[in-house]
Design a protein around this ligand. Structure first.
Ligand code: SF4
Ligand code: SF4
Length: 211
């Protein structure tokens, strides 16, 4: 993988009681940022962001590192790893959320809008997300239509927060089946207006069934 150097895991942590079989790879801070940005580009997050930003929902709002007309001046591991409700939902439905979270859990020093990530560190997992631009464009169109058809200002942003909360709760209650079922149902209800997305998702799942 670009930006990585493999290393035998047996030399990594002699005090660990868990024998890891995955090889450790040396990676730079910049390489993980590049990989994260690339993965987001592959899934087509920009089309979702465009609708969100047009409706006043930018997650960079008020950040001192944002330069008008230029963009972020301090790209960091934290903001790259962070997912809003829309992106979390997208990865949840395409069964890629765990892969995303597992990758970023290996990256130390993440903070709010900045990082203290070392210039070089070791990971065992890489990050490769597929090209899902047709799916993200479908979701973006659904969001655009929803925003247009609801007079309430910020309708889709409220929806984003509600979905976000449900997916976080789902993550927290992994071992409670009844509660999990209820949260999954809530997510289904909240996302029921995403007709184009559901159609694309159905086709995607037929091609790549969830194991
Ligand atoms: S909140 Fe989500 S959709 Fe909106 S701009 Fe940020 S990452 Fe994009
Ligand atoms: S540091 Fe994070 S919140 Fe601030 S502009 Fe950059 S990406 Fe946006």
């Amino acid at each position: 993988m670009p930006g990585y150097t493999s290393k035998d895991s047996s030399h990594q942590d002699s005090s660990s009681s868990h024998e890891s079989t995955a090889p450790f790879m040396q990676v730079s801070r910049q390489a993980v940022i590049t990989m994260g940005v690339h993965a987001l580009h592959e899934i087509g997050s920009n089309s979702i962001c465009n609708v969100c930003i047009a409706n006043g929902g930018s997650c960079c709002q008020g950040c001192r590192h944002l330069v008008k007309g230029i963009g972020c001046q301090k790209r960091n591991t934290s903001c790259t790893a962070w997912l809003c409700g829309f992106l979390k939902f997208f990865l949840y439905e395409t069964d890629l959320l765990r892969e995303w979270n597992d990758f970023w859990e290996q990256v130390p020093g993440q903070d709010y809008r900045e990082d203290f990530t070392p210039e070089v560190f070791y990971v065992t997992k890489s990050l490769h997300l597929p090209d899902l631009r047709n799916l993200s464009e479908a979701l973006a169109t659904d969001l655009h239509e929803l925003a247009k058809s609801h007079i309430a200002i910020g309708f889709i942003l409220t929806l984003r927060e509600k979905i976000d909360k449900q997916i976080d709760q789902l993550h927290e209650c992994q071992h409670t089946r009844k509660r999990k079922t209820k949260i999954k149902r809530n997510i289904k209800i909240l996302s029921s207006p995403f007709h184009r997305f559901q159609k694309e998702l159905h086709e995607y799942r037929q091609k790549f069934p969830i194991s």
